[in-house]
Design a protein around this ligand. Structure first.
Ligand code: DC
Length: 639
């Protein structure tokens, strides 16, 4: 056993990365089989090369299928139904999909022996052997090594679908080349149904004719058509960087994987990360997760995305309460390791309370202690456990090389997330005087950037309202500061509450507007509100904040600082339109007075930060301003 160790240190900062992941191992191995069985030459692009695909390529060579690998492109010279009888044992190594998918291929070749790595020899194959026997093949053995003599002659057979969907997929993939196709009855509720759907989607891409009902799938004979086929990035692999965004905080985007995906695990972000508190955007061709580092506990059935169980274990360890996964009892015998027991044992080793359940495991989220964790020669255990070390305390991952099974670049990706992390959360600071268009622009840009928006002026107004209503004298600085400190202020997208009272309209009344600059000049009030604004943004993994001192005092290291300005005349005209008060001269005077107060107060006056981008909106449209900020953001964010 390899005893090297990968030390994983917490990332102190906010993630901000777009990652490109290797092609799906599941799709790659399916496409390799189908292309090998097609008549003619197929080109597969975006292929995920890993130990598992290497095993498949080696096995195909033994079956007389020529392949050429160039970068992530594999050219496959398919042989249709005329596979060569292998002269050596065909080795699936540690690859479950290869072992399962290759067994019917040996039946197609007519004879041969399939073997594999010790770990693979322990994994079940029996149901698949029985099904092939039912189709007329002569199969010797129920675990690797297995010998096949004599091919498929029949058409109809039934198979237990509740052990591994790979058995079903294996039969389906070979079926168009069986003499009469296949009529497959599924007994029991299929586990991992999305994987069966994925198999069918690849078959159809190569021209197969499949008719699928929940308990019966028929495949017409007629072979496959060679074609050029792009492999999607691996959705199971995508769970690691996406979960990292939720755990560490910040943004991670996975490119090339989105709403169009045929992989069930592509739903992990929506089904697991979102209910745990992260913000998830699934676009056509990308998935983006924004997290705060704070996770809510979750109980979830992962029966149809069971490969994500180790990722879930890491998330559950970080959550603020008790989480549980159900529906995955079947993985205990079919995967590289017993991931239920292994997850529980390794979490316990990190001092996180976890227990094995009948159909999954339960975890009580807690701060873990640094420790070295075993990985059981299981790539997913290694990648899942590594996530735990990304916050709070380091984790040493034993035998880190096992990730090569599906994602040789995993540790490089972790290093990249770390090097691209930023010191502070993603913050767009928009400062400027009253009437410069901050609120309108901030709302629109927050939708464009998918960051929540906070109007900090509303907080000063809410405190002012509270102070005025309580009859506190504005000169009594300590009483005003205390009012700010004790108030519970909630500034939502459309409402403002103070101590539960809806003050959305009240804070815009002239009395509040007249007094707010005095309250805002109170240094004690500023300390209290600035800290709550920082906390607000941190908890949301970033924000657009508008105010007077965001770029100078609240977030001096904001990702981007905008100072939005406009002439006094223009600002007075806008306010007049808004309020219906058409005395422009009086409005100008009021605005100028408030500018003067905000710009000349001692504590955190309104000034242009040295590194702010100044935009004068006097003669610009709102869209023009929003576009200019969006452009500046893209380069500031480093995408
Ligand atoms: O943006 P507004 O007009 O709603 O802001 C009301 C007052 O609050 C403004 O006159 C100055 C003060 N303010 C501040 O001092 N610092 C902020 N970050 C936001 C507003």
């Amino acid at each position: 056993m390899n005893t090297t160790i990968q030390h994983v240190e917490p990332i102190l900062g906010t993630l901000n990365s777009t990652v490109t992941l290797p092609g799906s191992k599941s799709l790659t191995n399916r496409a390799l089989i189908v292309a090998a069985l097609a008549e003619g030459t197929s080109v597969l692009t975006g292929v995920g090369l890993s130990d598992d695909t290497e095993a498949m390529l080696g096995a195909l060579a033994a079956l007389g299928v020529r392949t050429e690998v160039s970068g992530t492109t594999v050219t496959v010279h398919g042989r249709g139904a005329t596979l060569a009888v292998p002269t050596v044992e065909v080795d699936a190594n540690q690859s479950g999909t290869s072992a399962r998918f290759l067994l019917p291929m040996l039946a197609l070749a007519g004879s041969g022996t399939l073997t594999g790595h010790e770990q693979m020899r322990a994994r079940p194959m029996g149901d698949l052997c029985d099904a092939l026997r039912g189709l007329g093949a002569v199969v010797d053995g129920d675990r690797l090594p297995i010998s096949v003599a004599g091919g498929v002659t029949g058409r109809a057979v039934s198979i237990g679908a509740d052990v591994s969907s790979q058995f079903v997929s294996a039969l389906l993939l070979a079926a168009p080349v069986f003499p009469d196709g296949l009529d497959l009855t599924l007994v029991g509720t299929p586990v991992s149904q999305p994987y069966i759907d994925m198999t069918i989607s690849v078959m159809e891409a190569f021209g197969a004719n499949v008719d699928a009902a929940p308990d019966r799938i028929t495949v017409a004979a007629g072979g496959y058509r060679a074609t050029n086929h792009a492999i999607e990035p691996d959705a199971s692999t995508a769970t690691y960087p996406l979960a990292a965004a939720a755990i560490v905080g910040g943004r991670v985007t996975v490119a090339g994987l989105g709403a169009r995906s045929v992989q069930g695990d592509a739903e992990f972000a929506k089904r697991v990360l979102e209910p745990m508190g992260a913000t998830v955007f699934v676009d056509e061709d990308s998935i983006e997760v924004r997290g705060s580092g704070l996770l809510d506990p979750l109980t979830v059935d992962l029966g149809d995305m069971s490969d994500t169980a180790p990722t879930f274990a890491a998330l559950a360890a970080k959550a603020s309460g008790t989480s549980a996964v159900t529906g995955i009892g079947f993985i205990r015998a079919t995967k590289e390791s017993d991931r239920v027991q292994a997850s529980v044992d390794e979490l316990n080793r990190l001092s996180v309370d976890a227990t094995v359940d009948a159909d999954g495991f339960t975890v009580i989220g807690a701060d873990h202690v640094p420790a070295a964790v075993e990985t059981y020669e299981d790539h997913r255990m290694a990648m899942g456990l590594a996530l735990i070390g990304l916050t709070r305390a380091p984790v040493d991952v034993i035998d880190p090389g096992c990730v090569a099974k599906t994602f040789p670049g995993f540790w490089d990706m972790v290093a990249e997330l770390r090097s691209e992390a930023q010191a502070s959360p993603l913050v767009l600071a928009i400062d400027g005087p009253a009437g410069s268009g901050k609120s309108t622009v901030a709302k629109l840009i927050s939708e464009r950037l998918r960051l929540p928006h906070l109007d900090t002026g509303a907080m000063y107004r809410a405190v002012t309202y509270a102070v005025l209503t309580a009859g506190v004298t504005l000169d009594d600085h300590e009483a005003v500061r205390l009012a700010a400190e004790n108030a519970e202020i909630i500034v939502g997208p459309s409402r403002v509450l103070i101590d539960g009272e809806d003050v959305t309209t009240a804070i815009r009344e002239p009395e509040v507007t007249a007094a707010v600059s005095t309250v805002a000049a109170n240094p004690g009030v500023r300390v209290v509100l600035a800290e709550s604004q920082r906390e607000w943004a941190r908890r949301r993994g970033g924000a657009v904040l508008e105010g007077r001192d965001i770029g100078t005092a609240v977030f001096p290291d904001a990702t981007l600082k905008i100072y939005l300005n406009a002439s006094v005349e223009e600002r007075a005209r806008r306010r007049a339109l808004e309020t219906g008060d058409d005395d422009i001269e009086a409005m100008k005077a009021k605005i100028a007075e408030r500018d003067h107060q905000d710009m000349t107060r001692e504590t955190d006056p309104l000034t242009v930060a040295d590194d702010a981008t100044v935009i004068d909106s006097t003669s610009l449209t709102i869209e023009g301003v929003v576009d200019a900020i969006a452009d500046a953001w893209i380069s500031a964010e480093g995408r």
